[in-house]
Design a protein. Structure first.
Length: 89
């Protein structure tokens, strides 16, 4: 398995956070969908899947962010469930 720099993981988490903010949803949980090729400028596809698979229970800015990650085999997407950063609870 390849070694991944901490800066790359931080960039991935920041992107997930920004995408959750941009979703403009009032829901408590938001499902974001990503394909590994969307991050090819940062990380290769296999390493991306491995890194995202370890993100559940990740905090961002001291608050819970990533709740779960699942893989949709039909669409080859990773579905990342995040706690809506806009909610204050």
């Amino acid at each position: 398995m390849k070694e991944v720099q901490q800066e790359v993981v931080t960039k991935i988490i920041n992107r997930i956070y920004k995408d959750a903010l941009n979703k403009n949803s009032a829901e408590y949980f938001i499902i974001l969908k990503y394909k590994p090729h969307q991050f090819k400028n940062m990380i290769d596809e296999d390493a991306f899947k491995a890194v995202v698979g370890f993100l559940p229970n990740t905090n961002h800015k001291g608050r819970p962010l990533v709740m779960s990650v699942s893989h949709n085999i039909k669409t080859s997407e990773l579905e990342v469930t995040v706690k809506n950063p806009r909610t204050k609870i």
